[in-house]
Design a protein around this ligand. Structure first.
Ligand code: AMP
Length: 288
């Protein structure tokens, strides 16, 4: 396994692979890897084959964090991440630094962003202004650096995956976007690097995201006719409010392709929610 820290070196490798017709699968991450991330690397390997190259990037992207968010204390565990990647059979770990990604020198400071203007407006976009601008910008940069044939994203960050797909379509990136299922703990909690923040009783409270999803699923599937979204939202708000240390940020029922909210919830509607557990903001989503 090779560790590449320079953008130039990564681009030269990518060019060489391209000339030789080597297939490249890419998994962008912010590190502090868990089984969810590793499942994406495994999927990339399945898709590019033994002769292909799997590239994992580890980069905590400052532009996708708000000023009051957890950029500074976001968990970092590079040595452990490298061990996990090596064990998983990853070929290249790309670890750029902020100086290269967002130069701030006087002569050529960074000033170009990629902005998606529709899908980014609701849910995560409404709660975290500028978050998606940071995501689309860094993903566009990483695609230009790694030049993969395909990139694997997790369904855990559903709105992000839908938006990246739109960006790739709108800006004609020659990259196929693959979305892999959310990997969960045994009680249903979606694996996340931020679960590290859940100490003591908070870990139990975090189970409420999965319980809310399951409750909505049951209602959507068992109801004789479509369920009004407002009614289901009220029910789930109560469920969250009854959980210690939990505070609902949003719960939305949307069309999975357009992300437009639906008025009536049926089987196949997509649900997404964000809940604060103590100070930690967790998200989850799923098809009902
Ligand atoms: P992050 O490091 O949180 O930016 O995530 C990097 C990639 O891993 C994104 O495509 C996420 O959607 C994906 N991911 C994070 N958690 C999970 C999970 N529990 N299951 C599947 N994919 C995940």
């Amino acid at each position: 396994m090779q560790i590449v820290t320079s953008i130039g070196a990564m681009q030269r490798l990518a060019k060489r692979w391209q000339r030789r017709g080597v297939r490249v699968g890419f998994v962008p991450t912010m590190g502090c890897l868990h089984k969810g991330h590793l499942s994406l690397a495994r999927r990339a390997r399945q898709l590019v084959g033994r002769r292909g190259r799997v590239v994992v990037s580890i980069y905590v992207n400052p532009t996708q964090f708000g000023p009051k968010e957890d950029f500074a204390r976001y968990p970092r565990a590079l040595a452990r991440d490298l061990t996990l990647c090596r064990r998983q059979g990853v070929d290249i770990v790309f670890v750029p630094d902020n100086r290269q990604m967002y130069p701030s020198g006087r002569s050529s400071p960074f000033s170009t962003y990629v902005v998606e203007e529709t899908l980014s407006q609701r849910m995560e976009g409404a709660s975290r202004p500028a978050h998606f601008r940071g995501v689309t910008t860094v993903v566009a940069k990483l695609f230009n650096i790694v030049q993969p044939e395909l990139a694997v994203f997790g369904a855990k960050d559903f709105q992000q995956a839908v938006m990246v797909r739109r960006m790739v379509h709108d800006l004609n990136f020659p990259v196929k976007i693959v979305v892999a299922p959310t990997v969960r703990e045994s009680d249903g909690l979606a694996m996340s690097s931020r679960n590290k923040y859940l100490v003591g009783g908070l870990r139990d409270s975090a189970g409420v995201l999965w319980r809310a999803l399951q409750a909505a699923r049951e209602d959507a599937r068992n109801a004789a006719r479509p369920v009004p979204a407002a009614r289901l939202k009220a029910k789930l708000s109560k469920l969250v409010a009854a959980t210690p240390a939990a505070r609902l940020d949003y719960v939305e029922f949307v069309d999975p392709d357009t992300l437009r909210p639906v008025v009536k919830v049926t089987r196949g509607t997509h649900m997404a929610l964000a809940v604060f557990i103590g100070k930690t903001r967790l998200i989850d989503n799923g098809r009902l």
